[in-house]
Design a protein around this ligand. Structure first.
Ligand code: SF4
Length: 298
């Protein structure tokens, strides 16, 4: 009987664009694991640890023996970039040796992961095959970031994204629509836009914030004044965000299953087109196809 060469500690997460990648766990869990809205790695088996080098090597060897034509590898779990550069270079070296057709390696990346890494080190990683870093910006507003306990600021995220850019790596940034609730919606939208403008990510996507453990639980961390945005409120926040974006060449997507309104385009080129779609969703809700509630995957 065939069994997949890697035994995963579930649950395992990856960005939608890594659907065809070999998922290689090099760490378990997330080294921060304190964001109030995130339940990804809260189960006991996902407690953070770096995996032993011999275990990772064994997985690579087993995968090389049983999988043909591996072109893409995603380094799991939540922030493989927490590993020292030397260790990441070893892993990339092993991957290149095992998979001759390898084209790209990617990973989630917390801004804090890059605080001690230099642009020179990131260039070495790029040379060794690392191509894309997925950064959960969530918000560019310091008050929102503080209330969700992200452990980052506008400045720390800016610094990490500029390093990624300077090293020539591709950045893919996620932001959370509705994260500031009604009270902080406007400043969340504007400061997130200014952070994106400052860092010019290659890819930018928006997801709608969800409350897997209930809104009340989220409010405990965020503050009692949190009022979740209505569907119209979410659209209005996206409108303010788009209005303030000054991007030169960023692929923009709000097509994650959590979104009611699917938007796709390249910014700045398609800014007005996207704004027209959002305006239509606000003024004539029936005129724009929206994802029904039951189809939304959170
Ligand atoms: S850094 Fe990312 S994975 Fe870690 S707790 Fe925060 S949102 Fe979750």
């Amino acid at each position: 009987m065939y069994s997949f060469p890697i035994e995963y500690v579930e649950p395992v997460f990856r960005p939608p664009s890594e659907a065809k990648s070999l998922i290689l766990p090099v760490t378990n869990g997330c080294s921060w694991n304190k964001c109030t809205f995130c339940e990804m790695y809260t189960q006991p088996q996902k407690k953070f640890r770096a995996r032993k080098p011999e275990d990772v090597r064994q997985d690579i060897d087993k995968a090389a023996k049983s999988l043909r034509g591996v072109k893409r590898v995603f380094l799991a779990d939540g922030d493989a970039m927490v590993l020292p550069t030397r260790r990441l270079l070893e892993i990339l070296g092993d991957l290149n040796a095992a998979f001759p057709e390898l084209q790209r390696v990617s990973s989630y990346c917390l801004p804090r992961n890059l605080a001690k890494k230099t642009v020179e080190e990131l260039k070495q990683l790029k040379e060794a095959g690392l191509k894309i870093l997925y950064v959960g910006m969530e918000s560019g507003d310091d008050e929102v970031l503080r209330r969700i306990n992200k452990g980052e600021t506008w400045d720390s995220t800016r610094s990490a994204l500029l390093k990624i850019r300077e090293a020539g790596l591709t950045s893919s940034v996620m932001v959370l629509n509705g994260l500031g609730g009604e009270t902080l919606s406007r400043q969340h939208a504007i400061n997130t836009a200014t952070l994106c403008n400052e860092t010019q990510p290659d890819y930018l996507s928006t997801l709608v914030v969800s409350f897997p453990q209930g809104e009340e639980r989220f409010r405990e961390g965020f503050g009692e004044d949190f009022i979740a945005l209505s569907q119209q409120g979410l659209f209005e926040e996206i409108r303010i965000f788009l209005e303030h974006l000054e991007l030169e060449k960023t692929v923009f997507r709000s097509d994650h299953a959590s979104n009611y309104l699917v938007l796709k385009g390249t910014l700045g080129r398609d800014k007005q087109k996207l704004l027209d779609q959002v305006n239509l969703a606000i003024t004539s809700p029936g005129a724009v196809p929206l994802r029904p509630e039951w189809q939304r995957g959170l």
